[in-house]
Design a protein around this ligand. Structure first.
Ligand code: SF4
Length: 466
């Protein structure tokens, strides 16, 4: 077992036993389930909307080269600097370079999972820049020096009391359990940071090829301030964020809000198409768009799993995943948690080191059922399992499979083995989960299901006779 898998198992075991954390997650999600259901029902045809969204994303991803060129050339025509970053290092170097070139003193940043993916804050801080997260949840986890717990709700694992204690320790504020007061404490600090910052960094929810614009959807208004007050705006955009047409937003904005947060639409929806143009009164003087590949084109080349690039990062698959709800977001040790994280992380960071995530699933299929763009998540987890075995078969599994194949190809031997297994099973129950059990790694947390008293073959024979 590699070190990552070991860490994952230990964290998962620890967090599964933390019942208070379960309680907090359940409470945080209880309202979401009700609201999501309500707003899904207000769509004239939610199933049809999912079909259409999947179709639009399929069109965008299958012709990604064309749509990206269209997107970039329209942005450049309005004076935006577009940088194609093959990997995280190139993206970090470019953004640090922009900050250095402009002798930036302070940076404000709105929520971006793509920036988390490439550890952008660490790179900027190592280069000597102060970076402040402007999304409240992100700001809280930044103060705690920990990664987001969930791709949409980064601080969902914390109570008001914990946030109050954190603000008291780090910001010197008076303790309070009132959410509005807590928000105002962060707001007062943030307002000053917006005005001081020379550089604003954002992600993007969608990149519209037809108009050469990025779309950012948010609830706090922080992304608008982050992108419009500083002189320079850098948007870090994963190449899979492309949508062909502006009108596609009419479907994707309410869909993302409904699936992600149980809202009809998020409070602020903004399009950015370039730096401030002559005669315009606001907007940045300089606008950079960094288009990040970071192994996405490798996933694109995989026809079987390419649709994982359709993800709009709504987080709905995390919210319904029984594994996520038990082990929590930090156990994964990845930027993207839950089912989608378990599917794409092995592609983005290497199958051999991250194959254990494919096992973090009951394969119940709730994720695939809920995904608004119809990604077949649980089947992709199976694909990852298969690919990992093909890449480096585990000797024990290989022996077991060879043995099983040998027995199953010989009906008499199979019948004898099944009979012996029926006799042995009550005995094995006595040692199940103990140190005498050779399958202890598996049985100490679960029981082997009891074998049927009679095999299908026996039942069939009896039925024929009767
Ligand atoms: S895989 Fe689907 S449900 Fe999960 S985050 Fe992406 S779009 Fe949402």
């Amino acid at each position: 077992m590699n070190a990552g898998a070991k860490e994952f198992n230990e964290a998962a075991r620890r967090n599964t036993a933390d019942l208070r954390q379960h309680d907090r997650i359940q409470k945080a999600l209880a309202g979401y389930y009700l609201k999501r259901e309500d707003y899904q029902n207000r769509f004239p045809d939610w199933a049809g909307a999912r079909d259409l969204a999947a179709e639009i994303k399929r069109e965008a991803i299958n012709h990604l080269d064309r749509y990206l060129d269209e997107f970039a050339s329209r942005l450049e025509a309005r004076g935006t600097k577009v940088f194609w970053a093959p990997d995280g290092q190139a993206a970090r170097d470019y953004i640090v370079g922009v900050a250095r070139q402009h002798k930036v003193r302070s940076i404000i940043k709105s929520k971006s999972m793509t920036a988390e993916e490439i550890h952008l804050n660490d790179a900027l801080e190592q280069a000597g820049f102060e970076v402040v997260e402007s999304d409240l949840g992100e700001y809280i986890v930044q103060l705690r020096r920990e990664p987001p717990y969930h791709i949409v709700f980064p601080a969902m694992h914390l109570t008001r009391q914990q946030i109050s204690d954190l603000f008291h320790d780090r910001l010197g504020s008076e303790p309070t359990n009132n959410p509005e007061d807590l928000t105002m404490i962060a707001r007062r600090i943030m307002r000053r940071k917006y005005c001081e910052a020379d550089l604003g960094i954002s992600g993007a929810n969608f990149a519209i090829a037809e108009t050469g614009m990025i779309s950012i959807t948010e609830n706090e208004g922080n992304a608008r301030l982050t992108t419009s007050l500083p002189k320079i705006h850098v948007a870090l955009v994963g190449i899979e964020k492309v949508l062909p047409k502006l009108s596609d937003l009419a479907l994707f904005l309410p869909m993302l809000a409904t699936a992600g947060a149980g809202q009809p639409i998020t409070c602020y929806n903004t399009l950015y198409g370039g730096p401030r143009q002559p005669g315009e009164s606001d907007g940045p003087e300089e606008f950079h768009v960094v288009l990040l590949d970071n192994r996405r084109t490798e996933l694109l080349a995989d026809a079987e799993q390419r649709d994982a690039l359709h993800c709009i990062r709504c987080g709905a698959c995390l919210n319904v995943c029984p594994v996520f709800k038990n082990i929590g977001g930090h156990s994964y040790g990845t930027t993207y948690q839950g089912p989608i994280g378990s599917v794409i992380t092995p592609h983005l960071r290497g199958l051999q080191d991250w194959k254990h995530l494919s096992q973090a699933s009951s394969l119940c299929g709730a994720c695939s059922q809920t995904c608004p763009v119809k990604i077949d998540l649980h089947h992709h987890l199976l694909h990852n399992r298969r690919n990992a075995v093909r890449l480096r078969p585990a000797p024990m599994e290989k022996c077991l499979q060879a043995g099983l194949a040998f027995v199953m190809c010989r009906p008499r031997l199979y019948a004898l083995a099944a009979r012996l297994a029926r006799i042995a099973q009550p005995l094995s129950r006595l040692v199940e989960g103990t140190v005498l059990d050779p399958l202890r790694a598996w049985t100490k947390t679960r029981s082997i299901p009891p074998m049927a008293v009679k095999s299908f073959h026996q039942l069939w024979q009896e039925r024929k006779k009767s």
